[in-house]
Design a binder for this molecule. Structure first.
Ligand SMILES: C[S@@+](CC[C@H](N)C(=O)[O-])C[C@H]1O[C@@H](n2cnc3c(N)ncnc32)[C@H](O)[C@@H]1O
Length: 308
């Protein structure tokens, strides 16, 4: 489902501008679609630069400055090929170097996202979304259309800030100190609800611990009931931390599969089943096979109410 016009870009305390939901946004809805890649740096061009600066720490200010200087002429050339209105829109985006030192290259590396092939592209609308370790949205790049979209990964309340996460999904379960270190690349110290909650690290570490236990071949030696308790604990922690990636769906399917063998109450089994099927329908709509697998694991037919 596409829900256009559901957010506004407004000043956010301590973050510059950001996107606020102007209405309730349903999980899975596309908030931004067809946001074209306006400027691009190819992965091989980045590699050429990196090869020439192997001695530099890639998080250092010196690296940022040299990189901006190196790519400035190329990006300026690309900028000048765009219509005046788009040039102005790009130059209005944030540059982590600050307003006084703004450059097209600085803007580019503050806002660019990765393509499927790991090139960097700048999309005008996506560039306004701030980062949170409790992201409620995700950007998706489509090579075929050469454009990006932003999609809600949880339900978003009216008035809530819509945030993506600038790191890779694998970074989400890392401790706050490591995430913040990584996010410093964008010139800020993350102060999202998770980074401000002293118990969050403990919860994320526990999610990781259970994740590893389930990935271990010895997991089958854990009695079913205990395994099911672990799976439920993990799912609750994912939901509490609002971590949608990095194993959330696996945690959900573990719960669904184990709930049967653990003789869970039918009502709770059904609740878990509905969550899993909803997830597949919203996030993997083309994947009939996965949907069938879900139904099979749940012992349901697609004709059942709420699940069809
Ligand atoms: C891609 S831009 C996002 C939009 C930007 N806030 C603006 O005003 O256009 C990235 C910049 O936003 C700011 N930012 C993003 N997430 C933030 C956060 N969680 N806390 C503080 N600043 C943040 C940082 O200045 C970062 O360099």
């Amino acid at each position: 489902m596409i829900q256009r016009g559901t957010y506004q870009v407004v000043p956010m305390k301590g973050k510059g501008l950001g996107a606020i939901a102007t209405t309730f946004i349903k999980q899975g809805s596309v908030i931004v679609d067809s946001d074209p890649g306006l400027l691009r740096v190819m992965i091989r061009e980045m590699q050429v630069f990196d090869q020439q600066h192997l001695d530099l720490d890639r998080r250092s200010e010196c690296y940022f400055d040299l990189r901006a200087t190196y790519f400035q002429p190329m990006l300026e050339e690309q900028l000048l090929l765009l219509p005046q209105g788009l040039q102005e829109a790009i130059m209005g985006l944030h540059d982590r170097a600050g307003e006084a030192s703004k450059s097209v290259a600085g803007i580019f590396f503050t806002n660019a996202i990765a393509t499927e092939g790991d090139d960097f592209v700048l999309c005008h609308m996506v560039g306004r979304f701030n980062s949170s370790c409790q992201q409620n949205a995700v950007y998706e790049w489509c090579d075929r259309e050469a454009s990006a979209s932003v999609r809600a990964v949880w339900d978003i309340a009216k008035g809530e800030e819509i945030c993506i996460f600038y790191g890779s999904t694998g970074d989400l379960l890392k401790p706050r100190r490591e995430r913040q270190e990584f996010l410093r690349y964008w010139g800020f110290t993350c102060a999202c609800s998770s980074c401000m909650d002293p118990l969050s690290d403990e919860r994320r570490a526990r999610i990781l611990e259970i994740k590893r236990a389930f990935e271990d071949e010895n997991v089958i030696k854990i009695p079913i009931i205990q395994r099911y308790e672990l799976a439920k604990e993990q799912l609750r922690l994912y939901q509490k931390e609002r971590v949608f990636f990095s194993g959330y769906f696996q945690a959900l399917t573990n719960c669904v599969q184990l709930s049967q063998s653990a003789h869970e109450e039918p009502q709770e089994r059904r609740h878990l089943a509905e969550l899993a099927v909803h997830h597949v329908k919203v996030f993997f709509p083309q994947n009939d096979h996965l949907l069938k697998e879900c139904h099979k694991a749940l012992g349901l037919t697609s004709a059942e109410p709420n699940l069809a």
